[in-house]
Design a protein around this ligand. Structure first.
Ligand SMILES: NC(=O)c1ccc[n+]([C@@H]2O[C@H](COP(=O)([O-])OP(=O)(O)OC[C@H]3O[C@@H](n4cnc5c(N)ncnc54)[C@H](OP(=O)(O)O)[C@@H]3O)[C@@H](O)[C@H]2O)c1
Length: 380
């Protein structure tokens, strides 16, 4: 049996309440203080996953170890965050893990693993390479289902100077008609534009609202702890892959927009018939049933099954690592799960409905056929 560990943490206050029901309705400042008190004790095991079985027959189990800090607290207390992450890796070693994945902000807090590479008791990975593979493949599939042709489409990548955003841009730039890179630092954006200008019609913007004008496809992967995209700014029919954890797009999209396809990036179906996740503290990482996992978790499982004993994906994602992890994923039987939005399944019928609503609200060429069909069915 091969063993891995993956570090998790509460992404927002809802997660804290999931873990500790008494936190419900308490002031944010008190909840944050409570989490800092929890840091006086060692990180703890949130859940244990068993039954992962590769296509090759190899088996794995793993532990999700909780660092009890919110994303903004990791920013406010970087040294504490780093210390707790290293403590969690020590616990993983005691459990017999061969590799540790840095989930959510535990990766961002230690600069994609680079700041702790020397002190870590075990090999680490950010899980970002497989997240990129899943986001790119999911986006292509969603665009196809919405009738959008990549080669004629405008793609906007938000968080394009980050590890995931940069790799997604590099892979997709040669395949789209136009790409707009969005970030906060003009200089970093310009460097990225220079890198891609041979491959595509590329521009940069620090203004999300403006960049979204005319966008057909959006990939969002920022490290902002808050939602940063106003759902009113998406044009009808836009396909949006929200990779960020916590998400960049507000949950209000579920109620306010029935004409855009927003899906959670990087959700994977794990191989194995008897996968079971036992949660000791009822701490939920928002994916049900147990056979689904985020791509970053899946990357850790894949590397464990493959027997990789060195750091895999540190700092910025390399496209060569995206290719490598995709090959390993296929070998072990990991696959893209169907589309989900804020954890809820999006069925094919739902996508058809979104496409129909987009055709009613938008003049874009993608929806011409659906628009015509709707017109004739009305006349009939
Ligand atoms: N779904 C999954 O399986 C999965 C797996 C791994 C990671 N993730 C999530 O993916 C996201 C990105 O991770 P990463 O490792 O690529 O992080 P990263 O390397 O730190 O990059 C994040 C980027 O977001 C930019 N950014 C932050 N706030 C912004 C804002 N308000 N507007 C525009 N750009 C902004 C940053 O720009 P600056 O340079 O200006 O700071 C940075 O370039 C995180 O939310 C992470 O939790 C998801």
């Amino acid at each position: 049996m091969r063993k891995f560990a993956f570090l998790i943490h509460p992404l927002d206050l809802d997660d804290v309440v999931n873990f500790e029901k008494k936190a419900a309705g308490k002031p944010v400042a008190l909840i944050k203080k409570m989490l800092l008190w929890m840091c006086e004790k060692p990180p703890f095991i949130g859940s244990h996953i068993i039954g992962i079985t590769s296509k090759t027959g190899r088996k794995a189990e793993g532990w999700f170890i909780t660092v009890p800090l919110l994303p903004e607290q990791m920013r406010e207390h970087p040294e504490l965050a780093q210390r707790k992450i290293l403590e969690a890796i020590d616990i993983a070693k005691e459990l017999g893990a061969s590799i540790v994945g840095l989930g959510g902000f535990t990766s961002i807090a230690v600069n994609g693993g680079l700041s702790i590479a020397k002190q870590s008791a075990l090999p680490i990975t950010t899980g970002n390479a497989y997240t990129v593979a899943a986001a790119v493949n999911g986006t292509k599939k969603a665009a196809r289902l919405m009738g959008i042709r990549l080669s004629k489409a405008k793609l906007v990548v938000v968080g394009a100077t980050g590890s995931i955003g940069r790799a997604c841009s590099e892979i997709l730039a040669p395949e789209v008609a136009e790409i707009v890179l969005v970030g906060r630092r003009q200089r970093a954006l310009e460097l990225q534009v220079n890198k891609l200008k041979e491959l595509a019609v590329v521009s940069a913007s620090t203004d999300i609202k403006k960049a979204l004008e005319g966008a057909d496809i959006v990939i969002s992967a920022t490290s902002d702890a808050n939602t940063i995209i106003d759902v009113a700014d998406f044009e009808s029919g836009t396909v949006v892959c929200d990779v960020a954890q916590p998400p960049d797009v507000s949950k209000s999209v579920l109620k306010e927009r029935n004409d855009i396809l927003v899906f959670d990036g990087g959700i994977i179906k794990i191989p194995g018939r008897k996968i079971k996740r036992e949660s000791r503290f009822d701490y939920d990482f928002r994916l049900k049933p147990d056979k689904y996992a985020y791509a970053c978790m899946s990357e850790t499982m894949i590397l464990c099954l493959e027997g990789i004993k060195e750091n895999f994906d540190m700092g910025s994602v390399r496209v060569s690592n995206v290719e490598k992890i995709s090959r390993f994923a296929m070998k072990h039987g990991f696959k893209l799960a169907g589309f989900r939005s804020f954890g809820e399944r999006i069925t094919r019928d739902k996508i058809k409905e979104i496409r129909k609503n987009a055709a009613l609200n938008s003049n874009k060429k993608w929806f011409y056929r659906v628009r015509r069909m709707l017109k004739y069915s009305k006349l009939g």
